[in-house]
Design a binder for this molecule. Structure first.
Ligand code: ADP
Ligand code: ASP
Ligand code: MG
Length: 410
């Protein structure tokens, strides 16, 4: 007998019928003789609706209140699923994140899990109960309720799987696996049999919303094999593990894209070193993630520093940089909104230096202007205008022949 952690996302628990269907899948696993922990998200678009409601109160809600509000979504799903299981004669207990022992750092809206206290969960499992745990939430050392960032229920599932040394962690969702790119937007997207942790981490960080990046990070650090699979159909999913074999001779494994990116430029840094380190320290202290960074010297000898951040962080970034104007020492801040990032990912790139060149020339020859670019050993990214994002993704997917493996070879 083993321990299985199953996670069902918002669409998978989007209605009463779907919750009953999830109960069936849980029972199936239980009947195989396994202990089961089920992590669920809020029903359907509940979280978006709660965000919208908050916006009706104020344009800048405090993050603490947002977390208080958003965590109610998951609390609905756990109780309903637990009732559905009990109705079928199974012993089950619903647990909020904090009841399930999920401890986080003291940060609202995007907290990292620091620890999982497993005593209570272990005790309940020993009683033969199915545990239904609310994803996306935890509690910090001050007893405050925190959330893990949008899509964070995946991370709750993997963290529990790691802490309890589960035999399997299955992420059930509305697609039947990880594809070469988002099948909702790109024609010819192909399901992958296996993806390595590193590639999946890049894809997730670069916008492939199918998995929360921190879930992949946890899985890699604790060597938990993840399976992404359909909550609706009984088909094989995609395995995420340490070494996923390369398919055919494809150097690029996937294309990811992300919208809502802003390019900020701090113009006229008086002192290059002090200025640069202060800018990034101030942003990091305020938990604002910076992505692509470019620095350039102006004719007057001053330095301009450009970097990209998420649109959602723009207000805060402008505010905190202004607050530290004197310490940083700059003339002004400019920003350009309405950008998107399109990236190609694949561990085979390390040994194929021509990949970035090919990506840039393909985009350029299709009239897609690149505003900023960045490369690493396993990815190349370019910022493009938002309106060009989908075209760029399609062009790259086609140019790197990602649809083309014969069936059965994937
Ligand atoms: P859940 O509510 O189950 O967590 P999500 O909406 O967070 O589901 O994630 C599933 C969605 O991720 C899919 O519907 C798909 O549109 C999107 N997606 C983005 N990139 C990929 C990819 N490479 N492979 C599969 N799905 C992807
Ligand atoms: N309900 C949260 C969200 O919509 C968490 C999740 O779905 O994983 O982002
Ligand atoms: Mg998700």
């Amino acid at each position: 007998m083993g321990l299985v952690v199953q996670k069902f996302g918002g669409t998978s628990v989007g209605s009463v019928e779907k919750i009953h269907h999830v109960a069936n899948r849980v029972i199936q696993e239980k009947e195989r003789g396994n202990d089961v922990i089920v992590v669920v998200s809020a029903m359907g678009k509940t979280t978006d609706e709660l965000v919208r409601l908050a916006g009706e109160m104020t344009s800048r809600p405090e993050k603490r209140e947002m977390d208080m509000l958003l965590t109610t979504g998951e609390q609905m799903s756990i109780s309903l699923l637990s009732m559905a299981l009990q109705n079928r004669g199974y012993k089950s207990t619903s647990l909020t994140g904090w009841q399930a022992g999920i401890r986080t750092e003291a940060v609202f809206s995007n907290a990292r899990i620091t620890d999982v206290k497993t005593e209570r969960v272990k005790g309940l499992l020993n009683e033969g109960r199915v545990l239904v745990v609310a994803g996306f939430q935890g509690m910090d050392e001050n007893g405050e309720i925190t959330t893990l960032g949008r899509g964070g229920s995946d991370t709750t599932a993997v963290a529990l799987a790691a802490a309890l040394r589960a035999d399997r962690c299955d992420i059930y969702t509305d697609v039947d696996g990880v594809y070469t790119t988002d099948p909702r937007y790109v024609k010819g997207a192909r399901k992958l049999t296996a993806v390595s942790y590193d590639e999946m981490l890049e894809m997730a960080n670069l916008g492939a919303g199918v998995l929360h990046p921190r879930a992949v990070e946890f899985a890699k650090n604790h060597q938990i094999t993840l399976t992404v699979r359909s909550s609706m159909e009984e088909v094989e999913g995609t395995i995420i593990e340490e070494d996923a074999p390369m398919e055919g001779n494809l150097v690029v494994r996937g294309v990811a894209f992300d919208q809502g990116i802003v390019r900020m430029t701090v113009v006229g840094l008086q002192d290059e070193l002090i200025g640069m380190s202060s800018v990034f320290t101030v942003l990091a202290d305020n938990h604002i993630d910076v992505d692509i960074i470019i620095q350039s010297k102006t004719d007057t000898g001053k330095v301009n520093l450009s970097f990209s951040i998420k649109e959602a962080a723009l207000h805060e970034a402008l505010e905190v940089l202004e607050q530290h104007r004197e310490q940083i020492g700059f003339d002004q801040i400019e920003h350009e909104s309405g950008l998107a990032k399109v990236s190609i990912v694949g561990s085979g790139m390390v040994s194929n230096p021509g990949v970035a060149a090919k990506m840039f020339s393909v985009l350029a020859s299709n009239g897609i202007q690149m505003k900023m670019v960045s490369t690493s050993e396993i990815k190349v990214s370019a910022l493009v205008d938002m309106e060009k994002m989908q075209d760029a993704a399609q062009i790259l997917h086609d140019s790197f022949s990602l649809s083309e493996l014969a069936a059965g070879q994937a």
